[in-house]
Design a protein. Structure first.
Length: 185
């Protein structure tokens, strides 16, 4: 019997809005200031940075498993059209089932219509959880170094000391993963 495809949030737009909220929370945990443009007609979903140095970020998420290889396919389109070059500075792509973010400079994906995440094809693995690259580009590296150690970081053991926000997020992601593993019921 085929396993039923897990459904989290059926509506793509609502799932995208949820991913934007998750991105904002994770970015804050990683020492970044996130702002959201009013409305949804901007060519990007949010802005990261501080006065004088802002970085436009397009947030995408995926639960679409690749057919032939390990990993997930993340579409790089809006309304079935590729993004124009320069529409944003960074792509924040979230592999939901792996609870993993890829923070990729736009120039690395320019012209592509899809991206392979958590894959055996390591094209974008150097951007996995690359919050430091986003901090550096947005000019927030120095602020983060003052607070380093207060929040858990990728690669740390699960029992490493973390702040209360990270603990809440870890619990929420664990619940969400359990929900998906049970077929979305």
């Amino acid at each position: 019997m085929d396993k039923q495809k897990p459904e989290i949030i059926r509506d793509n737009k609502k799932r995208g809005e949820w991913a934007e909220a998750v991105f904002a929370a994770r970015a804050a945990e990683n020492g970044l200031t996130v702002s959201k443009p009013f409305g949804d007609s901007a060519r990007f979903d949010c802005v990261v940075g501080s006065t004088g140095k802002f970085v436009a970020v397009q947030v995408k998420c995926t639960i679409a498993k690749q057919g032939s290889a390990k990993g997930y396919i993340c579409n790089l389109k809006t309304n079935n059209v590729k993004y124009e070059p320069g529409s944003f500075d960074f792509l924040a792509a979230y592999a939901i089932l792996e609870d993993t973010w890829y923070l990729v400079p736009e120039k690395e994906i320019r012209g592509r219509s899809a991206l392979s995440l958590c894959s055996t094809m390591p094209n974008y693995e150097r951007f996995r959880e690359a919050w430091s690259l986003l901090r550096e580009t947005s000019g927030e590296e120095s602020q983060f170094s003052q607070n380093q150690g207060e929040v858990g970081h990728p690669g740390e053991p699960e029992d490493a000391p973390i702040g209360p926000a990270a603990a809440r997020m870890r619990g929420a992601f664990s619940s969400f993963r359990n929900y998906l593993e049970k077929g979305g019921r």
